[in-house]
Design a protein around this ligand. Structure first.
Ligand code: ADP
Length: 238
């Protein structure tokens, strides 16, 4: 097992609370305590509206919260400036969402190499790594296509390649296989599992039991709270 360091959990929430205000107040997170260890693969499951996406967004620093703490890599997210938080996300995290947000004027490979170029990796290495990532996802033959020349499933795979190409320490995925057929779902899940075996921490929200079952731990949300954790698969793997 790679990546289990002695530095403690990579992500920790302490009495995390989030309230959406408006005409009707919604207590989306009602005091969440959890720890995610380095190198874990965790699935967050639960009924629609139970707070899964809100939890992911608060843990990853995408969204502000109303109470409690989130500690990432021993740093208190709420104590960080917006700028530091943005830099931290860029350097250490990868995000896989259903909205692809590919840049329409760029080809598939150009979209995938953006995170590498942003990290000042030279254009030759960036291109090579982007092509490798596309190949892993079965898209080598589409590298020079623009998004409008790709199917929905292909666009999703390009987005996944872009989110993961810089090998972020933590990968946050919200329904990464939402609208995809079984075969593409399989490719993406296997990629996440492999990255996890290489030591990356993966946290994913999913409705798909076949996807959740590949994680080593399942966190179940209900009405803004975590249910008692189900049996850990870690024991079986280690
Ligand atoms: P899930 O991901 O489990 O479907 P969400 O985290 O999206 O759940 O939502 C949790 C609760 O918060 C739901 O009741 C939802 O309606 C509410 N909610 C989510 N986003 C907002 C928002 N921007 N404004 C108000 N309420 C919201």
């Amino acid at each position: 097992m790679v990546g289990q360091s002695m530095d403690g959990p990579i992500v920790q929430a302490v009495r995390l609370r989030k309230v959406y205000r408006g005409a009707n107040e919604v207590e989306a997170l009602r005091g969440i305590d959890l720890e995610i260890e380095r190198g874990e693969m965790v699935a967050i499951v639960g009924p629609s509206g139970s707070g899964k996406t809100t939890l992911l967004n608060c843990l990853s620093g995408l969204d502000a919260f109303d109470g409690g703490k989130v500690i990432v890599d021993a740093q208190d997210l709420s104590a960080m400036s917006d700028r530091a938080r943005t830099a931290y996300r860029r350097d250490h995290m990868g995000f896989v969402f259903q909205a692809f947000n590919l840049l329409p004027v760029l080809s598939a490979v150009e979209n995938v190499e953006i995170p590498l170029l942003l990290r000042n990796i030279n254009s030759r290495d960036s291109r090579r790594r982007a092509l490798e990532m596309l190949e892993t996802l079965g898209l080598a033959h589409r590298a020079n296509h623009r998004p409008d020349q790709l199917s929905g499933g292909e666009q999703q795979r390009v987005a996944v390649a872009r989110a993961l190409v810089h090998k972020p320490a933590v990968v946050w995925a919200d329904e990464p296989t939402g609208n995809l057929d079984t075969e593409v779902t399989q490719v993406i899940v296997e990629l996440l599992v492999r990255m996890n075996k290489d030591g990356q921490t993966i946290v994913l929200v999913t409705h798909n039991p076949q996807v959740a079952e590949r994680a080593r731990r399942t966190l179940r949300m209900r009405d803004g709270r975590l249910e008692v954790a189900s049996a850990e698969r870690a024991a079986a793997v280690r």
